[in-house]
Design a binder for this molecule. Sequence first.
Ligand code: ARG
Length: 400
Amino acid sequence: MGRAERVVLAYSGGVDTSVCIPYLKHEWGVKEVITLAADLGQGDELEPIREKALKSGAEKSLIADATAEFVKDYAFPAIQANALYENRYPLSTALARPLIAKLLVEAAAEYGADAVAHGCTGKGNDQVRFDVSIAALNPSLKVLAPAREWGMSREETIAYGERYGIPSPVKKSSPYSIDRNLLGRSIEAGPLEDPWTEPLEEIYALTQAIANTPNEPEYVEISFDRGIPVTLNGTALDPVTLITQLNEVVGRHGVGRIDMVENRLVGIKSREIYEAPALLVLIQAHRDLESLTLTADVTHYKRGIEETYSQLVYNGLWYSPLKAALDAFVQQTQERVSGIVRVKLFKGTATIVGRKSTNSLYSPDLATYGAEDQFDHKAAEGFIYVWGLPTRVWSEKLRG
Ligand code: ARG
């Protein structure tokens, strides 16, 4: 008896996921492997990947076009939540995992598979995100993770693959481990494992080096409808086009790079480089629009929600009851977050230089220091008396 009869395997076309195919069949007795490659806007040609799966021994090779769903149902809610893990990482990789898990579970149902599989190792966050998301969506489905158990080195993995007709990587394989989708790129390993080593310029693909950015600033106006970005410079765009165009403009000015040491869920600190030009600017602009349209108490309370939300997404709990409850909170707050934000891009910086909204709570009559001032200055005195009363009482007591 094998570990499963029919398996749907998350497939990228890389060596590890390709080797998973013969490994599942020959070592773990799986009868049929169906691969599923998700198009999340990573820019790879998918037809060669589809064929590679078949050459590597898959019985069936599926491609799921999920880019629009990825942006609408995963990236946009994260923008509404201003989600930044450890205050920096916009979760560009993490957000893709629950969607891929959902596609696997759906394919398993459609093709009558009794298990799904992925090529994650035992050291990362992604295995957690896949396993927990799959369990949440279909708790009776088995999850197989060959690379977590096979214990082969890189060389051994390649040699194993060659035995089953999987070609070893043509060019000298890159020392980096790179994950890519429409939202950005995550780059780790190789020389980056030393946190003191500056990343080589060659690792970047979505953002320009400052030396190559335009010498003139560029302005981009982003409008939001209930917390969702809907236009760029006045043009209504579908979600995928909006992110694609914004990545281009923002990246051209060298904005959107992050170099950080982060805390993985499995207890390891890892040095990670990210490029997420559009996503980072959208969060910055969205947060700014919230400062104009939300009351102070909602803004302040929401910051705590955002922190928890980001941790849940990072830690693989996208489909969890707490995440659903936080989603409801965030959605409620977004009702009035509509308006336009003006961003200035220049030499690696994105600066918000203007914001406006028909829902603006900013009152010029209250804020002004000019003659139009409507604020009742005398009322401040009584307010301060009451506000400061506990501190006054405390101080008097202290001094006897
Ligand atoms: N550390 C990031 C995360 O957990 C990205 C991991 C992506 N993988 C990679 N090969 N760089 O979301």
